[in-house]
Design a protein around this ligand. Structure first.
Ligand code: KG4
Ligand code: ZN
Length: 338
């Protein structure tokens, strides 16, 4: 079984082909970072136009790389939402056109379902598992019970983790995207120098909050005249911020593990997904937590953690082999809770 996937929900234009032997036959991702950098964030209209400009070529390249023709495909999958609607429309129209012209089944995949199931493409992970999805747009904890069976037990009440990294980095003048820049800056910093809040720590439940943390960084920055915002101050602030995020994530994920274990006492796996999974410090902290809990932390390789189309093709394949598909009149969804 061979499935073409298309992803256009944010600022990556992507096309990929996967098969049911769990092979990523091709995986093309075009980042639009340079287009958005001057604005310090993703501009939806620019993103949609860039998808329109590049997607046809990326699909052709992905098919070429995989060495298959449209006739060889069993299904065509695209991100149907949630995301920036102009981009999702470009991807969905392209996928529908291919499906219609080739008379292949079409699947509109929830982007979050793509993140949730990718680990089964790369690792032998059986249901159920606990999923921590941390990206620029999402911050959720889900119990993944099966394909199409997702129980959300926690979410952010304000910013997503990646968003907090990006906004904090922007305030500190570290550039865009902020997550990797902030992690790098934090490497040489003293995480004990600045006392920052750990929002919701110690409270029951698995929800997250990060906006207070960002505001606290702002307050410290305001206390330093610009000429005193030295590399050392920035490094210490970045390290303090990163540790506060780590403490918060650990506290909330610990509660999630309790909840998961109560329902599934033999559950063993915590899956980490989304772009923030790239952060080595946070990975180390989460590994300590899973070690304590007798669980294993599994994260797909980085190129499949950040937005890509292989995850969409794979989620489409998982649904398709259960006999599911969608109609060509599917309407792209800017909001689409799992
Ligand atoms: O999954 P992703 O590629 O796109 C979506 O948001 O869906 O995630 C991108 C996010 C950005 O917010 C970026 O700053 C963050 O992941 N990120 C990081 C790191 N690398 C990427 N955050 C913290 N540390 C990193 N090393
Ligand atoms: Zn994503």
């Amino acid at each position: 079984m061979i499935v073409l996937g298309i992803e256009t929900s944010c600022d990556e234009t992507a096309a990929a082909v996967v098969n049911d032997k769990r092979e990523v036959m091709s995986n093309r991702v075009l980042s639009q970072l340079d287009d958005h950098r001057p604005y310090g964030g993703v501009v939806p209209e620019i993103a949609a136009r860039a998808h329109l400009e590049h997607l046809d070529r990326l699909v052709a390249e992905a098919m070429d790389d995989a060495g298959v023709d449209f006739a060889d495909l069993d299904a065509v999958a695209c991100t149907g939402g949630p995301g920036l609607i102009g981009g999702v429309m470009v991807g969905a129209m392209t996928a529908k056109a291919i499906a219609f012209a080739t008379q292949k089944p079409f699947l509109a995949v929830n982007h979050l379902e793509g993140h949730a199931l990718t680990v089964r493409l790369t690792d032998d992970v059986a249901f159920p598992y606990l999923l921590l999805l941390v990206s620029g747009g999402h911050c959720q904890v889900l119990i993944v019970e099966g394909v199409g069976q997702y129980k959300r037990i926690g979410t952010t009440i304000d910013d997503a983790v990646g968003e907090a990294f990006d906004k904090t980095a922007k305030m500190m003048g570290l550039g865009y995207p902020g997550g990797p820049a902030l992690e790098k800056t934090a490497e040489s910093g003293n995480p004990d120098r600045f006392g920052l809040p750990r929002p919701l720590r110690g409270r029951p439940g698995c929800d997250f909050s990060f906006s207070g943390l960002k505001t606290a960084v702002r307050t410290y920055l305001d206390g330093f005249p610009i000429e005193q915002q030295t590399a050392e101050v920035k490094a210490d602030l970045a390290a303090s911020f990163q540790r506060a995020v780590g403490d918060t994530l650990i506290d909330r994920t610990r509660n999630a593990i309790f909840e998961f274990m109560r329902d599934y006492p033999t559950g063993k796996t915590l899956v980490l997904a989304g772009g923030v999974a790239a952060n080595k410090y946070l990975r180390t902290r989460l590994t300590e937590l899973t070690d304590q809990a007798g669980m294993t932390l599994v994260a797909p390789p980085l190129e499949l953690c950040t937005d890509n189309a292989a995850m969409i093709a794979w989620a489409g394949l998982e649904r398709f082999r259960l006999g599911q598909h969608d109609d060509l009149d599917f309407k792209p969804r800017p909001r689409w809770p799992l």
